[in-house]
Design a protein around this ligand. Structure first.
Ligand code: MLT
Length: 398
């Protein structure tokens, strides 16, 4: 008889964003004609930037000619894209080896897949509230999770507790869902903690492009010692609007080497390469050509313009909340606004209230963990006019 992975009994019935989509679809069906504005999932709304479109078109043409056609590509990504990402990291002072960069179809899949490299009996440290993928993937594998409280008291930036022993540590900065950003000193404390325990930090940098202050770290590798203890994930979804195009990358430094129980050594870089060559056939050539344009001078300028548009939306939301005296975090170096639910409402109660009374969709903070209860996330990734309209509707309620 097949033995099934019983750990799946321990995850919630459905993924947070699928749950929300279902509720909104039901509401729309029951209330036809309502103009619903979605500021829930962090999905982009602007079309792909011209540089990326040109790159994609060129690549499609190449695929139409026998001399420039591409079949299977390297599982790790084409050299032209790895080299472009390498150059991008140099712009914020990080020197990588090009083959430490693995191109993928996005940060979400890699964050889930990386768990293949770690034994089940590791203890995992995860902030709460948090992007649900870190939690769900480890529950699916049956690992022990310790949650660290992120709350108003620590500005949603939990710091290492020497009394807690962890082997794998998930950090996300700028943070999803709270928008909070670690400074260099705080990240250094995490790196020191990880090194002292031979632990590995899994650093989600998906929102690095939203950092508008050069003193804040855009990569964990700007911190001394990080190459000894950290894997970094990033995505073009948020940097350049690739949510529907799918391209990201993961950096696995060669210095991440651990002792094996047989006295040998285990290199996480070699293992990830082995895993990817076995289970992944790479990102389509066409998509990688589009992605490479993002790291050209003109591409960076165009991507920056998009990010500024979304930050402009976040400011519209933030200004409305400030005017109404509603406390919130984020929205400056992040597309996300993490607001306290008005009138002491619970997260899902406020979700329903806002949907029914303003036809605006957000994400209930409780969906990100117990510390998210009573909080609510709004995203700046919407359309400008719809964001303004959503805030005008919101203003009438409070
Ligand atoms: C979110 O809304 O938290 C993100 O869009 C989810 C994701 O990037 O997978």
């Amino acid at each position: 008889m097949a033995k099934i992975n019983e750990n799946y009994q321990n995850v919630k019935d459905s993924y947070l964003f699928s749950d929300i989509a279902k509720r909104v679809a039901n509401y729309s069906q029951e209330n036809p004609g309502r103009q619903i504005i979605k500021l829930g999932i962090g999905d982009v709304t602007l079309p792909l930037m011209p540089a990326a479109i040109a790159g994609l078109h060129d690549a499609v043409d190449e695929m139409s000619r026998a001399e420039t056609f591409h079949g299977y590509g390297p599982e790790q990504g084409y050299d032209f894209l790895r080299s472009a990402i390498h150059g991008y990291y140099q712009t914020f002072g990080v020197e990588l080896e090009e083959d430490e960069i693995f191109v993928s179809d996005g940060a979400k899949s890699d964050i889930g897949n990386i768990t293949d490299l770690f034994a089940v009996d590791n203890t995992v440290l995860i902030p709460d509230p948090v992007y649900p993928v870190y939690v769900d993937t480890n529950i699916m594998n049956g690992r022990k999770i310790i949650f660290m409280d992120a709350n108003e008291g620590n500005q949603f930036l939990p710091m290492p507790d020497p009394a807690v022993d962890a082997d794998l540590i998930y950090l996300c900065s700028p943070n999803n869902p709270t928008g909070a950003v670690y400074n260099a000193g705080q990240l250094k404390a995490w790196v020191d903690y990880a090194i002292s325990r031979h632990a590995v930090i899994l650093f989600d940098a998906a929102y690095e492009a939203f950092i508008g202050d050069d003193s804040l770290p855009r990569s964990i590798y700007t911190i001394e010692g990080a190459k000894q203890c950290a894997i970094e994930f990033c995505s073009l979804s948020k940097t350049a609007g690739f949510t529907g195009t799918r391209c990201g990358y993961t950096i696995v430094p060669k210095s991440l080497v651990f002792e094996a129980s047989n006295g040998g050594t285990l290199s996480l870089h070699k293992m990830w390469n082995r895993r990817q060559t076995t289970k992944f056939n790479g990102v389509p050539y066409i998509v990688q050509k589009g992605a490479a344009t993002v790291f050209t001078e003109e591409g960076i300028r165009q991507a920056h313009e998009m990010v500024n548009y979304y930050k402009g939306n976040a400011k519209i939301i933030a200004d409305t909340l400030t005017e109404k005296g509603i406390p919130f975090f984020g929205g400056i170096h992040s597309p996300y606004i993490w607001m306290k639910c008005p009138n002491n409402m619970k997260s899902w109660e406020f979700f329903d209230y806002l949907l029914q009374n303003a036809n605006v969709v957000g994400t209930p903070g409780a969906g990100f963990g117990v510390n998210g209860e009573g909080w609510f996330r709004l995203t700046g990734f919407g359309d400008r006019e719809k964001t303004k309209e959503a805030m005008a509707r919101f203003s009438k309620l409070f």
